[in-house]
Write a protein that binds this ligand. Structure first.
Ligand SMILES: Cc1cc2nc3c(=O)[nH]c(=O)nc-3n(C[C@H](O)[C@H](O)[C@H](O)COP(=O)(O)OP(=O)(O)OC[C@H]3O[C@@H](n4cnc5c(N)ncnc54)[C@H](O)[C@@H]3O)c2cc1C
Length: 398
């Protein structure tokens, strides 16, 4: 499943086709998903469940098996990368790519950062050998200290030790990017909180300058809920053009809305994110337009569960009759969410992928709690998932 797969003709994208949406789900998996999303509709239960799970795991209570069979199975690929290969194969059978996402919350010290780098390097070697997946993701706080990123952004001087540690972070990222390029794979660098994002953007751009000479091997992520991201996008496209490389642009709306608003209020600085959803939506769709207008020097990944933005991009691809669209434009959703988008996109001939997290149950719990809370708090998301599952259960007469 290289991103050099043979181009198929594209058809109209129809996100309402439930048969295609759930083609990889067995009846039991469908019932489990229905039960899970019904539970996530109860915010108090999700909150209590999150706290209780963390305590139960800390106390060594036997809840791991229950988590593994329920929420973990729905949102994660497996405890090891080998276990996740079964999910990778099922997705590939429906022409859906996998973005392998090492979900374990790393130990925040040098040994922990080296371990994350080594895990990703092993995954690159595996992808090169198996040729079953060709996209990987990385979180820079998995390979470097949060407080150093924060200090750099705040223009505070680093101690000698911190400076050395930062050089090691850059070396870890370079080792990963170099291996990704050598194996002809693609790396998505995730975006994090705004107060440490500037040095992360600089690192990501440096890697693009080094490795994106022929195609976008490295993608940076832009959170379009940030009020400054259109300006950043234009700047990034200009810098990549000047360097003669392809800009890898992955756009998301942004995962830390409340945290961003609360911090701005606490420290009394202008809020860096929009406060009206419509402004975020407009900024996301504008980023699609800007990047498509610069496709001669950029590639785009629209990472979203938003049906309007997804449909809008498919329509623009068809209208503009974009050559090699599968290589230059990607769509991505999280495993366990918005299957109606992913599978119908792939079915219509677009490049669609799932972010598939893996890692042992205990360390994946924070990720799972975030997914549960997100599905509770995103207006409409949980309801949409439930409606679709109910429709498919009815269609299968279950
Ligand atoms: C494949 C994939 C990769 C991702 N990678 C990252 C990443 O690297 N970094 C990251 O931060 N997130 C990442 N996300 C999460 C993403 O940022 C969103 O939180 C999530 O996808 C929900 O947004 P949406 O576009 O899917 O859907 P929607 O439901 O249309 O949008 C919800 C989003 O809109 C924004 N929003 C909601 N209310 C308001 C408001 N009142 N004012 C302003 N904005 C508002 C928020 O960003 C919220 O998350 C990723 C998501 C996917 C699918």
């Amino acid at each position: 499943m290289r991103n050099t797969t043979v181009q198929q003709p594209i058809r109209r994208f129809d996100p309402s086709n439930m048969q295609v949406a759930f083609c990889t789900k067995t009846d039991n998996e469908l019932k489990l998903a229905h039960w899970l999303f019904s539970m996530m509709g109860k915010p108090a239960l999700v909150k209590m469940g999150g706290v209780a799970t963390n305590w139960a795991l800390k106390l060594g209570l036997p809840v791991k098996g229950l988590i593994r069979k329920t929420i973990y199975r729905h949102f994660c690929g497996g405890e090891t990368v080998q276990e996740a290969q079964a999910v990778v194969a099922r997705l590939a059978a429906a022409r859906v790519h996998t973005v392998l996402d090492y979900a374990a919350e790393a130990q925040e010290d040098e040994a922990g950062f080296d371990a994350v780098r080594d895990e990703i390097l092993r995954n690159i070697a595996l992808a090169d050998k198996l040729k079953s997946f060709s996209y990987l993701s990385i979180k820079l706080t998995g390979i470097g200290h949060k407080d150093i990123f924060e200090k750099l952004q705040a223009c505070q001087p680093l101690t000698h030790e911190e400076h050395q540690a930062y050089i090691r972070t850059e070396q870890r990222l370079d080792a990963v990017c170099k291996a990704i390029a050598a194996a002809d794979l693609t790396l998505y660098i995730d975006a994090e909180e705004s107060w440490m994002q500037d040095p992360m953007d600089a690192l990501a751009e440096n890697m693009m300058f080094r490795y994106n000479t022929d195609r976008a091997v490295i993608f940076n992520t832009l959170q379009m809920y940030r009020t400054d991201r259109i300006e950043y996008l234009n700047g990034c496209l200009a810098r990549c053009a000047e360097a003669g490389v392809k800009a890898g642009i992955k756009i998301v709306r942004g995962a830390y809305l409340e945290k961003e608003q609360e911090r701005a209020l606490k420290y009394n600085y202008p809020c860096p994110v929009f406060t009206v959803k419509e402004d975020t939506d407009n900024s996301f769709n504008q980023a699609i337009d800007i990047t498509l207008n610069h496709l001669d020097r950029a590639e785009l990944c629209a990472a979203t569960h938003n049906e309007y933005s997804t449909t809008y991009l498919t329509k623009r691809i068809r209208k503009d009759d974009i050559e090699d669209q599968q290589k230059r434009i990607h769509f991505s959703q999280l495993y366990g969410m918005s299957d109606n988008l992913t599978f119908n996109l792939a079915d219509a001939g677009f490049n669609a992928s799932k972010y598939v997290p893996y890692g042992d149950v205990k360390t994946a719990v924070p990720y799972l709690i975030r997914r549960a809370e997100e599905n509770t708090s995103i207006a409409g998301q949980m309801g949409r998932e439930l409606n679709m599952l109910q429709e498919e259960l009815r269609r299968r007469k279950l």
